[in-house]
Design a protein around this ligand. Structure first.
Ligand code: HEM
Length: 411
């Protein structure tokens, strides 16, 4: 294989396979001994690997759930109850799937914020960043449709509220909404198409993840110092150094998942989900899952329906222009004293939006939500370009190896 090292594998079976299908050298090149990795990667760089595993867990548990799930308005709720009560270990598979989705989002948010803090979206990793955003949008669509499947009260009303947003599109909105529903309201046809898409999208995400990982390998990962690798003195092989280091974060992920599944399986669930969908009874406060709350707050912060949808879409699309609105030539936030502060204010703003999204939109909270929405956009459009121009970054080290030898490479 072109570019493969002249590595002689000791095991004869491995040699036999490698000669016919060079899978071992491919692995060595992507996550193994022949993947030179910046020496100073810290634990935040393990989130990508955690996400890959989380995605695989979602796919496997999802396939098992699909064996028993019935995608009709009459049968869905009961089929989920059957999974919980009668199917062997069905409760565990379902709880791993639902809590796994929540942890998947927690990990992806940390992964995105890590990229924002260390400037991983900057040249030459812009496309890698774009693919990430596309994955994120696909994840949101998948999770939303998955939430509808158990056909509880919140499933039904979340589907109704979100699909209704399309009706705000001028002229064609109503036709699009009816087309999405497959009828004149959210019902069996809607459920079936959501089920079909919820099944297939994770495989699309899987494909996009392969392209994402491919893009990382073109220029190698960024690192906490944000400076490029200058030579072999700056790198060590991915395996065994990072494969072992990242086991710590894998451990944390699995302990958190086990804790949720076995001790607090419904902590993140809404009590209305225990009630069968009822089109005649609207819940007092329709709230999505926690991981949608900041975007839900942005959606609701604007009194006009169409403009709310535009703001919601804009809050995601704005991530695409990040490589250009950040005008600083320094990648890593570690050397940018002013940026660093605005980064944390941005994180606080998103958390505040999340809280607002969980509350009924009234009174002071409505005003605060609007201000937080304005700040969200201002961060990208005004603050980042200005800080990039005006800030005086700290001096950068000569190489990655230099701070590593002083014991401060990973910050
Ligand atoms: C299914 C979801 C995802 C998976 C499985 C995934 C996987 C990975 C992996 C394995 C890496 C290399 C290890 C690491 O740097 O952590 C990585 C890096 C990266 N990811 Fe993702 N990712 C996902 C979603 C996203 C999203 C949503 C974004 C941004 C919107 C994103 C942006 C990036 C960037 C910029 C890097 C390069 C980081 C650097 O080198 O500093 N990823 N991803």
């Amino acid at each position: 294989m072109a570019g493969a090292p002249n590595r002689e594998y000791k095991n004869s079976l491995v040699r036999w396979i490698e000669y016919r299908l060079p899978i071992f050298s491919l692995l060595d090149h992507t996550i193994g001994r022949d993947y030179p990795t910046p020496k100073n990667l810290n634990y935040w760089w393990s989130l990508g690997a955690v996400l890959t595993i989380a995605l695989i867990i979602q796919i496997i548990t999802g396939i098992f759930l699909a064996m028993y799930y019935v995608p009709t308005a009459e049968g869905a709720f009961d089929s989920v109850e059957r999974i919980m009560r009668d199917v062997n270990s069905g409760w565990m598979i379902r709880y791993i799937h639902s809590n796994g989705a929540a942890l998947f989002f927690a990990a992806v948010y940390i992964h995105i914020l890590r990229g924002m803090y260390y400037g991983s979206y900057k040249r030459p990793r812009e496309l890698l960043w774009f693919i990430g955003i596309i994955i994120f949008i696909l994840m949101m669509a998948t999770a939303f449709m998955g939430y509808v499947l158990p056909w509880g009260q919140m499933s039904f009303w979340a589907a109704t509220v979100i699909t209704n947003l399309f009706s705000a599109i001028p002229w064609v909105g109503d036709s699009i909404t009816i087309w999405l529903w497959g009828g004149f309201s959210v019902g069996s046809a809607t459920l079936q198409r959501f089920y079909s898409l919820h099944y297939v999208l994770p495989f699309v995400i899987f494909g996009a993840t392969i392209v994402h990982i491919w893009a990382i390998h073109v220029h190698g990962p960024n690192n906490p110092k944000g400076i490029s690798v200058k030579g072999p003195q700056d790198t060590i092989p991915y395996h065994p150094y990072f494969t072992t280091k990242y086991m710590v974060v894998f451990g944390i992920f699995f302990i958190a998942l086990a804790f949720l599944v076995f001790y607090e399986p419904n902590y993140l669930n809404h009590s209305d989900q225990f009630k069968r969908a009822n089109p005649l009874v609207t819940p007092a406060n329709i709230v999505p899952e926690w991981y949608f709350l900041p975007f839900y707050a942005i959606l609701r912060s604007i009194p006009d329906k169409l403009m709310g949808v535009v703001a919601f879409g804009g809050s995601l699309m704005i991530l695409f222009i990040l490589p250009w609105v950040d005008t600083s030539r320094v990648r890593s936030g570690a050397f940018r004293p002013v940026f660093k502060q605005f980064f944390w204010i941005f994180v606080a703003d998103v958390i505040l939006l999340g809280y607002i999204g969980s509350q009924p939109p009234a009174g002071a909270l409505l005003i605060i939500g609007r201000l937080a929405t304005v700040y969200y956009f201002a961060h990208f459009i005004i603050i980042l370009p200005l800080v990039g121009w005006m800030e005086r970054p700290k001096p950068l080290p000569e190489s990655i190896a230099e701070p590593v030898l002083k014991g401060e490479g990973g910050q």
